[in-house]
Design a protein around this ligand. Sequence first.
Ligand code: ATP
Length: 228
Amino acid sequence: MIEVTDVTKRYGDVAAVDGVSLSVPSGASLGLVGTNGAGKTTLFRLLVGHETPDSGTVRVAGVDPTGGTHVRERVGYLPEHAGFQPALTGAEVLGYYADMRGVEAADVDTLLSVVGLGDAGDRRVGGYSNGMNRRLGLAVALLGDPDVLLLDEPTAGLDPAGVDAFNRVVERVRDERDVTVVLSTHALGEVEALCDRVAVLDDGTVRAVGTVDEVVRSAGETVTITAD
Ligand code: ATP
């Protein structure tokens, strides 16, 4: 479903992504871990077609994501620090994005329930907790029933209950919808719970890829990752 082949993306002198190759089969889930500045967000932006590689190729569902709307219709993306207009209700936010994506309004109520906001749809987003905001972002990403779900540090800054609630929804969505998931996080435990494989990014480069067990075993002295 996702094929990244020897991709480099530079900003001036900085190679944010430097010769990265990654493959995620349909229905699989990949965790991206790495320190701040490792290149995770840049990789997401390449996958969603917001950035063009300087070299190498990106294919999502067999298509170059920069090429048009085809891939974007099949990809749900929750950017890091996604925020919504606080004066709108949760249902209005979803309705707005549903309009943009040409999705039936009926899906809005279903999605609010899927992310555990069934009772909060008529409340203003300004009164939502961080965790509720993040789950609303997940609902937005799920509009149109995408084949690929890209989640950039979705639980960063949430309290443990918020992290738990968010990850339970991801787990359910992963199991019940035939969706390919890529998510980034600083917590290896989250990857272990939610993903088949993990890729460790460091300085724009993939240092290791495999199951969490394989990566931890092979990490040796070259990779430092937190286990919480
Ligand atoms: P974080 O966890 O802090 O979000 P990240 O792993 O997502 O980090 P990126 O945001 O992809 O990392 O950044 C990788 C490198 O590229 C960093 O050195 C960053 O400063 C640089 N970079 C990213 N976007 C830009 C940009 N638009 N202009 C200039 N430099 C950028």
